[in-house]
Design a protein around this ligand. Structure first.
Ligand SMILES: [Zn+2]
Ligand SMILES: [Zn+2]
Length: 84
């Protein structure tokens, strides 16, 4: 019964490309940010970067924030990155 102490982040997310609107299932890295993402739609292939004020592409475009942000919702981006 040791697995009920640590908070678990959900690494499964659905990311919506802002360029073509394609929804794509992504696995987020549990312990890090991802600053770039390439759309999987072969007719788009947009290189996505985080929106201003967001720490990563998941916080910007996915249906849930990245794992680090889920576990530390109140930390600033600067503090989050210093945890890594
Ligand atoms: Zn796209
Ligand atoms: Zn994030």
């Amino acid at each position: 019964m040791s697995d009920e102490t640590l908070p678990q982040a959900d690494i499964h997310a659905t990311l919506t490309c802002p360029m073509c609107g394609t929804k794509q299932k992504v696995l987020m890295p549990p312990e890090g940010f991802q600053h770039y993402y390439k759309c999987t739609n072969e007719e788009c292939l947009a290189d996505l970067a985080p929106l201003e004020g967001k720490d990563c592409v998941f916080c910007s475009y996915a249906d849930k924030p990245c794992p680090q942000r889920q576990l530390h919702p109140d930390l600033s981006e600067h503090h989050l990155q210093s945890l890594l």
